[in-house]
Design a protein around this ligand. Structure first.
Ligand code: DGL
Length: 261
């Protein structure tokens, strides 16, 4: 099975992409909503949680793991890779690679405080495209807006305008949506940064990279093709989680409890 974890619901953007780009493969998803959010926590805590999440997925049949959470990808990927002996994918590098191809020299990155504070996106961007100027902005209110299902309310558009004004003034030409939840605010973000700015969705780019990886890993690809059922776990099994997950995925799910400690 393909293991995917996130601090909560947002990583379902990766599951959606898996269903779209790689249908017919079983997914085991873990949302660590009991300890949500990761974006405002320190490095050591995020690393400890991310390792536990990966170990849980491995113990529940994951043959490969995608770290859907940008904060965990930025702060904990080496710890996760050291902890589990299956291929582990993160969302930062594929997003940066796509932005490097699209940009004419001015890239914006938005994410949680943890992701932006880590500087990982900016660092990788200047490695991939040394002449490109990178402008970063933490947007901490976006995640609760999405979690509350407030994406279509006028508050979402006005908060997006306020957060993205500095990037608009910098005349960015490409914007990385460096957080699991931001694709749900795609149209509000696009309107706030202005016309002509290309948006990069790390979930989409990461799954595309995973598909390319499988092309060269015949045995693993075959194994994954045989497992077609999905499992969804949450560390706090709530009605809210099930309802939003079903709405976002467009299908009912059976939510199971994950004990992580
Ligand atoms: N999943 C987190 C990320 O992509 C956002 C939510 C959180 O702060 O935990 O960075």
């Amino acid at each position: 099975m393909i293991g995917v974890f996130d601090s909560g619901l947002g990583g379902l953007t990766v599951v959606k992409e898996l269903f779209r780009q790689l249908p017919g493969r079983g997914v085991v998803y873990l949302g660590d909503n009991a300890r949500f959010p990761y974006g405002s926590k320190g490095r050591d805590v995020v690393r400890q949680f991310a390792v536990q999440d990966a170990e849980f997925l491995k113990a529940h049949g994951a043959d490969a793991i995608i770290v859907a959470c940008n904060t965990a990808s930025a702060l904990a990927i080496d710890a996760v890779r050291a902890a589990v002996d299956v291929p582990v994918f993160e969302v930062v590098t594929p997003a940066v690679a796509k932005a490097a191809v699209l940009t004419r020299g001015r890239v914006g990155v938005i994410g949680t405080r943890g992701t932006i504070g880590s500087g990982v996106y900016a660092e990788k961007m200047s490695d991939a495209s040394p002449k490109t100027k990178v402008f970063s902005q933490a947007c901490p209110l976006f995640v609760p807006l999405v979690e509350e299902g407030w994406t279509r309310r006028s508050e979402a558009s006005s908060i997006a305008k306020t957060y993205l004004r500095p990037l608009r003034l910098r005349r960015i030409d490409t914007l990385i949506l460096g957080c699991t939840h931001y694709p749900f605010l795609r149209s509000q973000i696009a309107a706030a940064v202005g016309p002509g700015v290309r948006l990069v969705d790390p979930a989409r780019e990461t799954v595309a990279e995973f598909v390319r990886f499988l092309d060269s890993e015949g045995e693993l690809a075959l194994k994954l093709a045989k497992e077609i059922t999905h499992r969804f776990f949450a560390s706090d099994k709530t009605e809210h989680f099930s309802r939003l997950a079903a709405r976002w995925l467009g299908q009912d799910i059976i939510l199971e409890h994950a004990s992580l400690e």
